[in-house]
Ligand binder design. Structure first.
Ligand code: THU
Length: 135
């Protein structure tokens, strides 16, 4: 699985986004150490706060299937499904990633067709609060 293929899966996952309120379709593709891919999309809700981001959908799908060892995630998003620029993970998703992934975990953020930025978790969430901070 190349980074480009993972990004393409994130772009494809945008198709299933349920976004009647914002119109922003977001997709994520999470690669596990065992070589599986879990995709996710954002799913909004009329009450707004129950909405969930694409990244967390992918992570929670994976964890609920017994996977906790992750290599990298790709994320893509844009208004009405058109990618105009990077759509980086929100703070809550960064925190959920930090629960399971090392500071070196890679986050690929799609910015255009065949173009993406590569960030580490520690770049996007420096000095993270992690399970190591509590007993
Ligand atoms: N969204 C994501 O799916 N991932 C992020 O990390 C940022 C935001 C979603 C939430 C909402 O459905 C839409 O994008 C607009 O904020």
């Amino acid at each position: 699985m190349t980074d480009e293929e993972l990004c393409a899966m994130a772009v494809k996952a945008m198709d299933n986004a349920y976004v009647p309120y914002s119109g922003y379709k977001v997709g994520a593709a999470l690669l596990t150490r065992s070589g599986k891919i879990f995709t996710g999309c954002n799913i909004e809700n009329a009450a707004y706060s129950p909405s969930v981001c694409a990244e967390r959908t992918a992570l929670f799908k994976a964890v609920s299937e017994g996977e906790r060892d992750f290599v990298k995630i790709a994320v893509a998003g844009g208004k009405n499904g058109k990618i105009a620029s990077e759509f980086p993970p929100c703070g809550v998703c960064r925190q959920v990633i930090a629960e399971f992934c090392s500071p070196e975990f890679e986050i690929l953020v799609v910015k255009a067709e065949n173009e993406y930025g590569v960030y580490t978790l520690k770049q996007l969430l420096p000095n993270a609060f992690t399970p190591e901070n509590i007993e």
